[in-house]
Write a protein that binds this ligand. Structure first.
Ligand code: TDX
Length: 360
């Protein structure tokens, strides 16, 4: 077994939703030293890392992954045993209204990181050269959209539909090529929709919880019958650690929660939890509002996560019911975090992109 977890891991995007969950877990449940490399865009938030900020095995580096000089310095200075690459622009709606930053961060940034990793890894001597890993964290959206039946497997052909998913698909291909051409020891994971605490409230689940609490409309795109496969973020972080530790070099692992729900089912489940946990006169579901559909909206995502179960023994610990309850409870209890992340930039984007959006 690879001994990486006792060593130094460079985590990109460690101030984001999945990244900060992973960093907190690595500090709490492993002996790894974590170097968190994050540009701190609107969605990156050091308040998600307060509990590890002063830990002796944690360092923060305010660096953009597109900055080759800075990235090379980090490899030189910290001599990492692994990279876990989570830094990315991740919101599909933003990629539709402004794709440029997605191309820059997700494609050019991944290229910049791969090149720096390749140069650094080439210079390592055995045995460190043999244990080094570049773990690329990606999404099931690269596979496109499913019909009513079937699942995404690791062999499903790539068919990305949005600027976001196309940028992630391009990054996945670069990672694959750096392995195939240069021998860089990579592993790639593609996950389904994550949810849980510390999720930036532009994504469906936190947006609906916070809008409901603030008595604002709960926007449902189209008819609400699009399907997503929900994965609790702590389960995802556990899977990432396992893949880093035991995944085979050059392999891809799909990570999903086996939790397919229509968007309407998700929103209704949140409303029912809020009715129980924070009752008010009107049921929260009365705030549900149908709005025009997302352009090119993918119909259904569903991951077949049997490879990671079979080969690495991973399975999710949370059901959708237990995970959603924890999530709603967390948002109700952590208003200080919520207030802090809803910063000026996010509000400006909402105003520019949603002010003309007619509620049907
Ligand atoms: O207000 C909303 N109303 C609505 O109906 C929002 C924000 C979303 N939706 C729908 C669109 C999707 O069908 O809910 C579903 C989930 O939407 P998002 O939370 O934006 O996620 P999605 O587009 O599915 O992409 C997510 O999963 C894959 C992440 O944002 C990606 O980063 C990840 O790769």
């Amino acid at each position: 077994m690879n001994k990486i977890l006792g060593q130094t891991i460079l985590v990109t995007g460690g101030a984001g939703f999945i990244g900060s969950t992973l960093v907190r877990q690595l500090i709490a449940d492993s002996t790894a030293t974590v170097i968190n490399v994050d540009k701190l865009t609107y969605a990156g938030n050091l308040q998600s890392l307060i509990e590890v900020a002063n830990h002796p095995r944690y360092r923060f580096e305010h660096v953009d992954i597109c900055d080759a000089v800075a990235i090379n310095r980090l490899f030189h200075e910290y001599q990492p045993d692994a990279v876990m690459h989570l830094a990315a622009e991740s919101h599909v709606d933003r990629s539709i209204s402004g794709p440029a930053t997605f191309i820059e961060t997700n494609i050019v940034g991944t290229y910049t990181l791969l090149e720096a990793a390749r140069v650094y890894w080439s210079g390592l001597a055995a045995p460190r050269k043999n244990v080094f890993r570049f773990h690329h964290i990606s999404t099931d959206e690269v596979y496109g959209s499913l019909g009513d039946t079937g699942f995404f497997t690791e062999d499903t052909a790539y068919q990305p539909n949005s600027p976001y998913s196309a940028s992630k698909a391009a990054a996945d291909h670069l990672v694959r090529a750096w392995h195939h051409t240069y021998g860089l020891p990579v592993v790639t994971t593609n996950c389904s929709n994550n949810y849980g605490p510390y999720h930036f409230p532009e994504k469906l689940i936190p947006l609906v919880i916070l809008n409901a609490v603030n008595k604002k409309p709960l926007p449902i795109y189209g008819k609400g019958d699009n399907i997503r496969d929900w994965l609790y973020v702590e389960d995802h972080a556990r899977a990432l650690r396992l893949v880093l530790e035991r995944g085979q070099v050059g392999e891809v692992y799909n990570i999903g929660g086996w939790n397919e729900k229509t968007n309407l089912q998700v929103v209704q489940a949140i409303c029912a939890l809020l009715d129980e946990l924070r009752p008010q006169d009107e049921p929260y579901a009365s705030l549900i509002t149908y709005v025009p559909d997302r352009p090119g909206h993918d119909r259904r995502y569903a991951i077949d996560a049997s490879k990671i179960a079979r080969e690495l023994g991973w399975k999710p610990l949370e059901t959708f019911d237990t995970g959603l309850r924890k999530t709603v409870q967390w948002y109700l209890a952590n208003t200080a975090w919520v207030d802090a992340v809803i910063s000026g930039e996010y509000q400006n984007w909402i105003e520019q992109n949603y002010s003309d959006r007619k509620i049907s």
